[in-house]
Design a binder for this molecule. Structure first.
Ligand SMILES: *Cc1c(COP(=O)(O)O)cnc(C)c1O
Length: 354
């Protein structure tokens, strides 16, 4: 599908100090837009980034029929720009679309669209390692109506935000608090879809964890509240007895692309990996008996985020003495090495845009 381009005539000044970028606060010059109406996706295009005029009755504003993705464009040393596994992100967006009754789209056009956006805004891709142009594809229901039924029209758009490392303190280990009152997702719910409501519903528990002095929430399953699911909006890994374990995808956990990449890279490194149901009590027992060696969270935004402390009710458990573990460190170096084009890409994950 041909992508029309309308480039800005008023480019914005680019950030001069990349160390002060933060995460998701400023936006590049262009955006990708693609409309759905009368049963088809049409008019994929690049336009200047800017506010959108919407009806106060627009469906998504009331019932949250929305799905999104999180991706990044990485600057290589030779000046070119890489995407990482973009087809996987858009395939996942199509799976989220099915759950949220949003029409599927051709993945090839979405990849072409994001590549054209990155080309138009290539000067907005930061040059420092750890920084990137964070990319946010979003699909929203745009019918002007108040009925709780599926929309007949949608807007697919992608915006870019030059961002520094996700956590201000870089790879310093984070602290996580076991949430045993609120849940993120339930069996049969929308936990496996990247959709707005899951995140709106998680803010209260996040605030609670912050007030208790922790960085993130460790979510338990919504049925028995005994099994470990995710951390904040990242997947979670534990090294126990030299085996890398992570919760098995069960329909309420988001199937992370960083999670999948971590599993494959760990296997390449000769590390034994198990995807299984992990009981919180088993994890605490492993910690108390000294069998829990390290823990880290995975996600596009933070890549690998070591966990140094676990809080549960009135107890605190230090993991690996509160320090980043060896596997987390190797995984961070390998994954970012592939993403930034510094080391070999054995699985063909890198997609060179320019
Ligand atoms: C996006 C997300 C992840 C991580 O997925 P990646 O593809 O690795 O970025 C994990 N959990 C939740 C809830 C998410 O929204």
């Amino acid at each position: 599908m041909a992508i029309q381009k309308t480039l800005t005539t008023a480019p914005k000044p680019k950030p001069t100090d990349e160390s002060k970028l933060g995460f998701g606060k400023i936006y590049s010059d262009h955006m990708f837009k693609w409309n759905y109406s009368e049963g088809a996706w049409h008019d994929p295009r690049i336009e200047p980034f800017g506010p959108m005029l919407v009806s106060p009755a627009m469906s998504v504003l009331h019932y949250g029929q929305e799905i999104f993705e999180g991706m990044k464009a990485y600057r290589r040393k030779d000046g070119g720009v890489n995407l990482f596994r973009p087809f996987n992100n858009f395939e996942r967006l199509n799976r989220s679309a099915e759950r949220m009754c949003i029409p599927n789209f051709p993945v090839e056009t979405a990849v072409e669209g994001i590549a054209e956006l990155v080309k138009a805004d290539k000067d907005w891709v930061p040059g420092t390692k750890g920084a990137s142009l964070y990319l946010r594809p979003n699909i929203i229901a745009t019918d002007e109506k108040l009925g709780v039924t599926t929309s007949q029209t949608y807007l697919f758009y992608i915006i870019g935000s030059p961002s520094g490392p996700y956590y201000a303190n870089g790879l310093a280990p984070t602290s996580i608090y076991v949430e045993d009152e609120y849940v993120r997702a339930v069996r049969g719910g929308t936990g496996a879809a990247k959709t707005a409501g899951n995140y709106a519903g998680s803010i209260l528990a996040g605030e609670k964890a912050h007030k208790a002095g922790y960085d993130q929430v460790l979510w338990l399953d919504g049925v028995e509240m005994r099994y470990i699911e995710e951390v904040g909006s990242s997947n979670i890994f534990f090294m126990i007895d030299d085996v890398l374990v992570t919760p098995k995808l069960n329909g309420s956990i988001l199937s992370g692309i960083t999670r999948d990449s971590t599993i494959q890279l760990a296997k390449d490194m000769g590390i034994k990996v198990e995807e299984k149901h992990i009981l919180l009590e088993e994890l605490i027992e492993a910690q108390e008996k000294g069998r829990l060696q390290e823990s880290f969270a995975t996600g596009t935004a933070a890549v690998i985020s070591p966990v140094g402390k676990l809080g549960y009710r009135d107890k605190e458990y230090l993991i690996n003495g509160g320090k980043m573990g060896e596997v987390a460190s190797r995984m961070y170096d390998t994954l970012t090495g592939i993403q930034y084009g510094e080391i070999e890409d054995p699985h063909g994950w890198v997609y060179q845009v320019v």
